[in-house]
Design a protein around this ligand. Structure first.
Ligand code: ATP
Length: 270
């Protein structure tokens, strides 16, 4: 049961080149997570401690998980992902133990990167409403804080977390020595959307009528995950026509389907 809640990838295949936009954010992650793993002596000789925990925050589907996987790839580290919401909603009563297991596994498989998705599910401001649910969440969070505190800054285990709701986080979790490096991962701008579009259409056959600039403009407000979904949908429309190449109309229909559909685009992360 416990193994199922963790996703473990020995060395993820995601590369920094698979990430569109986010140059500044990649740079920050390189300095705060990758370098402490690959060149710890840099920190030792300058005499500073790298941050223990790095928190990525921003809207859903902007590439936070991608970024964490790419660092693990670059540092040749094991990537261990655990979802905060699964931790507290699916494995009720086991949260604290799972956190312990998570850190133990990370030490066993070091060098490694722990990635905790949906950190807000574990680390929200405590409600003190006395329900068993929140007592359980509190226990899980106390365990997480204690693992973070007992964690060697110079070790070869690094920890990253992500949230869409930084405003909800308990200040205790953001205290110095914990998740004290905060990196915003925003929605892509036009340039970013173009790069993400190029990444996801790398292997796609397109007709000459495809106007990339227009597509990029029409995708205003789209996340990286939306851009990817649009490319996939456009491909599906082409397949439906039994065509080998995707045309402009396929893209128009895909944009409409992904961005303008009535029901919210959000998919529950089981
Ligand atoms: P969530 O907060 O919902 O967990 P996230 O920020 O972790 O989202 P990812 O899981 O990294 O988002 O993104 C989902 C998918 O969308 C990725 O696997 C990738 O295919 C695509 N994607 C998102 N952002 C980017 C990006 N910046 N460049 C390229 N692809 C992206």
């Amino acid at each position: 049961v416990r193994a199922r809640v963790m996703e473990v990838i020995e060395a993820p295949s995601v590369d920094y080149q698979d990430i569109g936009g986010l140059e500044k954010e990649i740079q920050e992650v390189v300095e705060t997570v990758e370098l402490p793993l690959t060149q710890p002596e840099l920190f030792a000789s300058v005499g500073i401690e790298p941050p223990r925990g790095v928190l990525l925050y921003g809207p859903p589907g902007t590439g936070k998980t991608l970024l964490a996987k790419a660092v693990a790839h670059q540092a040749n580290a094991t990537f261990i992902r655990m979802s905060g919401s699964e931790l507290v909603h699916k494995f009720i009563g086991e949260g604290a133990q799972l956190v312990r297991d998570l850190f133990q596994m990370a030490r066993d498989k070091a060098p490694s990167i722990i990635f905790i998705d949906e950190l807000d599910a574990v680390g929200s401001r405590r409600t003190h409403d006395g329900t068993t649910g929140s007592a359980e969440v509190n226990r899980t969070m106390m365990q997480l804080l204690s693992e973070l505190d007992g964690f060697s800054e110079r070790g070869n285990v690094r920890i990253m977390a992500a949230t869409n709701r930084i405003d909800m986080l308990d200040p205790a979790i953001l205290r110095p020595g914990r998740f004290d490096r905060i990196i915003e991962v925003p929605l892509p701008d036009e340039k970013g959307r173009e790069q993400i579009f190029k990444i996801h259409t790398r292997k796609m056959t397109t007709e000459e009528d495809v106007d990339v600039q227009k597509i990029i403009e029409e995708m205003e407000g789209a996340s990286g995950a939306d851009v990817k979904a649009i490319v996939t949908e456009a491909g599906m429309f082409a397949i439906r026509r039994r065509s080998k190449a995707v045309n402009m109309e396929d893209f128009e229909k895909a944009i409409d389907k992904v961005l303008h559909k009535e029901t919210p685009v959000e998919v529950p992360t089981s």
